[in-house]
Write a protein that binds this ligand. Structure first.
Ligand code: SD4
Length: 311
Protein backbone atom coordinates (compact mmCIF):
# COMPACT_ATOMS: atom_id res chain seq x y z
CA UNK A 1 0.00 0.00 0.00
CA UNK A 2 1.25 3.51 -0.76
CA UNK A 3 2.04 6.11 1.83
CA UNK A 4 -1.01 7.86 3.23
CA UNK A 5 -0.35 11.42 4.29
CA UNK A 6 -2.68 13.91 5.81
CA UNK A 7 -3.02 17.06 7.86
CA UNK A 8 -4.72 16.22 11.14
CA UNK A 9 -6.40 13.42 9.29
CA UNK A 10 -5.18 9.90 8.68
CA UNK A 11 -7.58 9.41 5.85
CA UNK A 12 -7.96 5.68 5.50
CA UNK A 13 -11.13 3.74 4.94
CA UNK A 14 -12.21 4.13 8.58
CA UNK A 15 -12.23 7.91 8.24
CA UNK A 16 -9.89 8.39 11.18
CA UNK A 17 -8.82 11.84 12.25
CA UNK A 18 -5.78 12.94 14.19
CA UNK A 19 -8.06 13.23 17.21
CA UNK A 20 -8.85 9.55 17.21
CA UNK A 21 -6.50 7.05 15.62
CA UNK A 22 -6.91 3.43 16.57
CA UNK A 23 -5.10 0.41 15.18
CA UNK A 24 -4.87 -3.32 15.52
CA UNK A 25 -1.59 -4.72 16.82
CA UNK A 26 1.16 -5.05 15.79
CA UNK A 27 1.93 -1.40 15.21
CA UNK A 28 4.96 0.86 15.14
CA UNK A 29 4.94 4.66 15.37
CA UNK A 30 7.72 7.22 15.32
CA UNK A 31 8.40 10.93 15.21
CA UNK A 32 8.94 12.95 12.03
CA UNK A 33 9.05 12.05 8.37
CA UNK A 34 12.19 9.95 8.66
CA UNK A 35 10.15 7.67 10.83
CA UNK A 36 8.53 6.26 7.68
CA UNK A 37 11.76 4.52 6.65
CA UNK A 38 12.57 3.52 10.20
CA UNK A 39 9.08 2.11 10.74
CA UNK A 40 9.40 -0.02 7.60
CA UNK A 41 12.43 -1.77 9.08
CA UNK A 42 10.72 -2.15 12.46
CA UNK A 43 7.60 -3.50 10.75
CA UNK A 44 9.66 -6.16 8.93
CA UNK A 45 10.56 -7.47 12.39
CA UNK A 46 7.25 -7.27 14.26
CA UNK A 47 5.25 -8.17 11.14
CA UNK A 48 7.07 -11.50 11.14
CA UNK A 49 6.39 -12.17 14.81
CA UNK A 50 9.60 -10.58 16.12
CA UNK A 51 10.00 -8.81 19.44
CA UNK A 52 9.13 -5.13 19.77
CA UNK A 53 12.52 -4.45 21.39
CA UNK A 54 14.33 -5.70 18.26
CA UNK A 55 11.94 -3.69 16.13
CA UNK A 56 12.58 -0.35 17.83
CA UNK A 57 16.34 -0.85 18.03
CA UNK A 58 16.70 -1.77 14.37
CA UNK A 59 14.12 0.79 13.29
CA UNK A 60 15.88 3.80 14.79
CA UNK A 61 19.25 2.52 13.57
CA UNK A 62 18.09 3.33 10.04
CA UNK A 63 17.98 7.02 10.96
CA UNK A 64 21.21 6.86 13.01
CA UNK A 65 22.88 5.61 9.85
CA UNK A 66 21.46 8.33 7.59
CA UNK A 67 23.78 11.35 7.16
CA UNK A 68 20.91 13.37 5.71
CA UNK A 69 19.19 13.36 9.11
CA UNK A 70 21.36 15.95 10.83
CA UNK A 71 19.70 15.52 14.25
CA UNK A 72 20.56 11.86 14.79
CA UNK A 73 23.66 9.63 14.73
CA UNK A 74 26.13 9.76 11.83
CA UNK A 75 26.00 13.18 10.18
CA UNK A 76 24.38 14.81 13.23
CA UNK A 77 25.21 18.47 13.84
CA UNK A 78 28.03 18.92 16.33
CA UNK A 79 28.17 20.93 19.53
CA UNK A 80 29.80 24.38 19.59
CA UNK A 81 33.25 22.84 19.82
CA UNK A 82 32.74 20.58 16.81
CA UNK A 83 32.06 17.31 18.67
CA UNK A 84 29.15 15.10 17.58
CA UNK A 85 27.76 13.89 20.91
CA UNK A 86 24.87 11.45 20.94
CA UNK A 87 22.07 10.63 23.39
CA UNK A 88 19.85 7.53 23.25
CA UNK A 89 17.64 5.32 25.39
CA UNK A 90 15.70 2.09 25.03
CA UNK A 91 13.05 0.34 27.15
CA UNK A 92 11.50 -3.12 26.92
CA UNK A 93 8.15 -4.67 27.85
CA UNK A 94 9.37 -5.58 31.33
CA UNK A 95 10.36 -2.03 32.26
CA UNK A 96 14.06 -2.73 31.74
CA UNK A 97 15.88 0.25 30.29
CA UNK A 98 19.29 1.41 29.15
CA UNK A 99 20.71 4.73 28.11
CA UNK A 100 23.81 6.56 26.94
CA UNK A 101 24.47 10.27 26.85
CA UNK A 102 27.16 12.56 25.44
CA UNK A 103 28.57 9.55 23.61
CA UNK A 104 31.07 10.34 20.84
CA UNK A 105 32.41 8.32 17.89
CA UNK A 106 29.81 5.54 17.93
CA UNK A 107 27.32 5.42 15.07
CA UNK A 108 24.64 3.43 16.86
CA UNK A 109 24.14 4.78 20.39
CA UNK A 110 20.81 2.93 20.60
CA UNK A 111 22.62 -0.40 20.42
CA UNK A 112 25.05 0.72 23.12
CA UNK A 113 22.04 1.71 25.26
CA UNK A 114 20.63 -1.79 24.76
CA UNK A 115 23.96 -3.31 25.85
CA UNK A 116 23.92 -1.12 28.97
CA UNK A 117 20.43 -2.48 29.69
CA UNK A 118 21.25 -6.12 29.03
CA UNK A 119 24.90 -6.50 30.03
CA UNK A 120 25.37 -4.22 33.04
CA UNK A 121 23.68 -3.63 36.39
CA UNK A 122 23.33 0.06 35.39
CA UNK A 123 20.88 2.11 33.35
CA UNK A 124 22.86 5.08 32.09
CA UNK A 125 26.46 5.59 30.98
CA UNK A 126 27.85 9.00 30.05
CA UNK A 127 30.62 10.51 27.95
CA UNK A 128 34.05 8.89 28.13
CA UNK A 129 32.75 5.97 30.20
CA UNK A 130 30.04 5.24 27.66
CA UNK A 131 32.62 5.31 24.87
CA UNK A 132 34.95 3.00 26.79
CA UNK A 133 32.06 0.57 27.32
CA UNK A 134 31.06 0.69 23.65
CA UNK A 135 34.62 0.00 22.49
CA UNK A 136 34.89 -2.91 24.93
CA UNK A 137 31.68 -4.29 23.43
CA UNK A 138 33.23 -4.16 19.97
CA UNK A 139 31.50 -1.09 18.49
CA UNK A 140 33.84 0.56 15.96
CA UNK A 141 35.20 4.05 16.70
CA UNK A 142 34.30 6.41 13.88
CA UNK A 143 34.37 10.05 12.91
CA UNK A 144 30.68 11.02 12.84
CA UNK A 145 31.17 14.60 11.64
CA UNK A 146 30.38 14.64 7.93
CA UNK A 147 31.76 17.28 5.57
CA UNK A 148 28.29 18.80 5.24
CA UNK A 149 27.83 19.10 9.01
CA UNK A 150 31.38 20.45 9.44
CA UNK A 151 30.84 23.15 6.79
CA UNK A 152 27.53 24.24 8.37
CA UNK A 153 29.14 24.36 11.81
CA UNK A 154 32.06 26.46 10.53
CA UNK A 155 29.59 28.87 8.95
CA UNK A 156 27.66 29.06 12.21
CA UNK A 157 30.89 29.83 14.09
CA UNK A 158 31.41 32.99 12.06
CA UNK A 159 28.42 34.69 13.67
CA UNK A 160 27.57 32.60 16.72
CA UNK A 161 27.66 34.04 20.16
CA UNK A 162 29.00 31.55 22.67
CA UNK A 163 25.86 31.30 24.77
CA UNK A 164 23.02 28.79 24.67
CA UNK A 165 20.63 29.51 21.82
CA UNK A 166 17.72 27.19 21.32
CA UNK A 167 17.43 26.69 17.60
CA UNK A 168 13.90 25.70 16.80
CA UNK A 169 14.94 24.48 13.36
CA UNK A 170 16.95 21.51 14.58
CA UNK A 171 14.44 18.71 14.85
CA UNK A 172 14.20 15.19 13.48
CA UNK A 173 15.15 13.27 16.60
CA UNK A 174 13.58 9.87 16.32
CA UNK A 175 11.42 8.46 19.10
CA UNK A 176 9.76 5.13 18.30
CA UNK A 177 7.19 2.92 20.04
CA UNK A 178 6.14 -0.54 18.89
CA UNK A 179 3.67 -3.22 19.98
CA UNK A 180 4.45 -6.72 18.70
CA UNK A 181 2.11 -9.62 17.96
CA UNK A 182 2.41 -10.75 21.58
CA UNK A 183 1.00 -7.39 22.65
CA UNK A 184 4.32 -6.28 24.15
CA UNK A 185 5.47 -2.67 23.88
CA UNK A 186 9.02 -1.30 23.66
CA UNK A 187 10.38 2.16 22.95
CA UNK A 188 13.55 3.86 21.74
CA UNK A 189 14.77 7.41 21.31
CA UNK A 190 18.01 8.65 19.72
CA UNK A 191 19.43 12.07 18.84
CA UNK A 192 22.49 14.25 18.39
CA UNK A 193 20.62 16.80 20.49
CA UNK A 194 20.34 20.52 19.90
CA UNK A 195 22.79 21.72 17.28
CA UNK A 196 25.72 23.78 18.58
CA UNK A 197 24.85 23.06 22.21
CA UNK A 198 27.48 23.59 24.90
CA UNK A 199 29.92 20.70 25.05
CA UNK A 200 28.60 18.26 27.63
CA UNK A 201 24.96 19.31 27.32
CA UNK A 202 22.55 16.40 27.60
CA UNK A 203 18.91 16.71 26.56
CA UNK A 204 15.73 14.83 27.33
CA UNK A 205 16.16 12.03 24.80
CA UNK A 206 18.33 9.67 26.90
CA UNK A 207 16.45 10.40 30.13
CA UNK A 208 13.98 7.60 30.83
CA UNK A 209 10.63 9.30 31.46
CA UNK A 210 11.61 12.54 29.71
CA UNK A 211 12.34 11.74 26.05
CA UNK A 212 10.70 8.31 26.18
CA UNK A 213 8.77 6.08 28.54
CA UNK A 214 6.68 2.98 28.13
CA UNK A 215 4.76 0.79 30.51
CA UNK A 216 3.52 -2.47 29.06
CA UNK A 217 0.32 -2.26 31.10
CA UNK A 218 -0.66 1.19 29.86
CA UNK A 219 1.23 2.57 26.85
CA UNK A 220 4.15 4.74 25.88
CA UNK A 221 5.19 8.24 24.87
CA UNK A 222 8.09 9.90 23.09
CA UNK A 223 9.09 13.55 22.89
CA UNK A 224 10.92 15.73 20.41
CA UNK A 225 11.93 19.37 20.48
CA UNK A 226 13.64 21.53 23.09
CA UNK A 227 14.80 18.97 25.61
CA UNK A 228 15.14 21.43 28.47
CA UNK A 229 11.37 21.95 28.45
CA UNK A 230 10.63 18.24 28.34
CA UNK A 231 13.03 17.52 31.21
CA UNK A 232 11.31 20.03 33.47
CA UNK A 233 8.06 18.10 33.27
CA UNK A 234 9.43 14.57 32.74
CA UNK A 235 6.97 14.74 29.87
CA UNK A 236 6.88 11.15 28.61
CA UNK A 237 6.39 9.71 32.08
CA UNK A 238 3.69 12.28 32.72
CA UNK A 239 1.95 11.32 29.47
CA UNK A 240 1.91 7.64 30.41
CA UNK A 241 0.58 8.41 33.88
CA UNK A 242 -2.23 10.51 32.39
CA UNK A 243 -2.96 7.62 30.04
CA UNK A 244 -3.14 5.33 33.05
CA UNK A 245 -5.83 7.60 34.49
CA UNK A 246 -8.01 7.02 31.46
CA UNK A 247 -7.31 9.89 29.07
CA UNK A 248 -6.83 9.22 25.34
CA UNK A 249 -3.37 9.54 23.71
CA UNK A 250 -4.39 12.78 21.99
CA UNK A 251 -5.72 14.25 25.25
CA UNK A 252 -2.58 13.39 27.18
CA UNK A 253 -0.25 14.76 24.47
CA UNK A 254 -2.26 17.98 24.58
CA UNK A 255 -2.22 18.10 28.39
CA UNK A 256 1.53 17.71 28.58
CA UNK A 257 2.19 20.33 25.90
CA UNK A 258 -0.21 22.73 27.63
CA UNK A 259 1.52 22.19 30.95
CA UNK A 260 4.88 23.03 29.33
CA UNK A 261 3.43 26.12 27.65
CA UNK A 262 2.05 27.38 30.97
CA UNK A 263 5.50 27.27 32.57
CA UNK A 264 7.41 28.66 29.56
CA UNK A 265 6.86 32.39 28.91
CA UNK A 266 8.83 32.24 25.62
CA UNK A 267 7.13 29.06 24.42
CA UNK A 268 6.64 30.60 20.99
CA UNK A 269 10.40 30.30 20.44
CA UNK A 270 10.32 26.55 20.99
CA UNK A 271 8.97 23.43 19.42
CA UNK A 272 7.87 20.42 21.46
CA UNK A 273 6.03 17.41 20.07
CA UNK A 274 4.67 14.42 21.97
CA UNK A 275 3.61 11.16 20.36
CA UNK A 276 1.62 8.69 22.46
CA UNK A 277 0.54 5.07 21.92
CA UNK A 278 -1.85 3.26 24.23
CA UNK A 279 -1.57 -0.42 24.97
CA UNK A 280 -4.76 -0.99 23.02
CA UNK A 281 -3.36 0.60 19.84
CA UNK A 282 -4.72 4.17 20.03
CA UNK A 283 -2.37 6.88 18.78
CA UNK A 284 -2.30 10.63 19.46
CA UNK A 285 0.09 13.55 19.18
CA UNK A 286 0.31 17.26 19.89
CA UNK A 287 2.92 19.99 19.48
CA UNK A 288 3.49 23.67 20.29
CA UNK A 289 4.14 24.71 16.68
CA UNK A 290 2.64 23.45 13.46
CA UNK A 291 4.99 21.27 11.45
CA UNK A 292 5.36 18.26 13.73
CA UNK A 293 4.51 15.05 11.91
CA UNK A 294 4.72 11.39 12.77
CA UNK A 295 4.80 8.06 11.01
CA UNK A 296 2.65 5.00 11.67
CA UNK A 297 3.08 1.52 10.25
CA UNK A 298 0.33 -1.02 10.81
CA UNK A 299 -1.48 -3.62 8.78
CA UNK A 300 -2.83 -0.59 6.84
CA UNK A 301 0.72 0.08 5.59
CA UNK A 302 2.76 3.25 6.11
CA UNK A 303 1.18 6.59 7.00
CA UNK A 304 2.57 10.04 7.68
CA UNK A 305 0.33 12.28 9.74
CA UNK A 306 0.50 15.96 10.68
CA UNK A 307 0.04 16.55 14.38
CA UNK A 308 -2.29 19.17 15.76
CA UNK A 309 -0.60 22.07 17.54
CA UNK A 310 -1.22 24.83 20.05
CA UNK A 311 -0.20 27.63 17.69
C1 SD4 B 1 17.19 17.44 22.61
N1 SD4 B 1 14.96 16.65 22.31
O1 SD4 B 1 18.35 17.07 22.68
C2 SD4 B 1 16.25 16.73 21.68
C3 SD4 B 1 16.26 17.41 20.36
C4 SD4 B 1 15.16 17.01 19.47
O2 SD4 B 1 14.11 16.93 17.51
O3 SD4 B 1 14.23 16.35 19.81
N2 SD4 B 1 15.15 17.37 18.26
O4 SD4 B 1 16.77 18.40 23.26
Amino acid sequence: MGLITGHACASDSKGKTDDYLTYKKPIVISTWKNGVQANATAWDIIGKGGRSLDAVENGVKVVENDPEDMSVGYGGRPDRDGHVTLDACIMDENGNCGSVCALEHIRHPISVARKVMEDTPHIMLAGAGALQFALEKGFPKENLLTEKARREWEKWLQTAQYKPIINIENHDTIGMLAIDTFGNMSGACTTSGMAYKLHGRVGDSPIIGAGMFCDNDVGGAVATGTGELVMRTLGSFLAVELLRNGASPKEVAEDVVNRIIKKTPDYKDHQIGFLVLSKSGDVGAYAIQPGFNYAIHSENGPELIDSGSFL
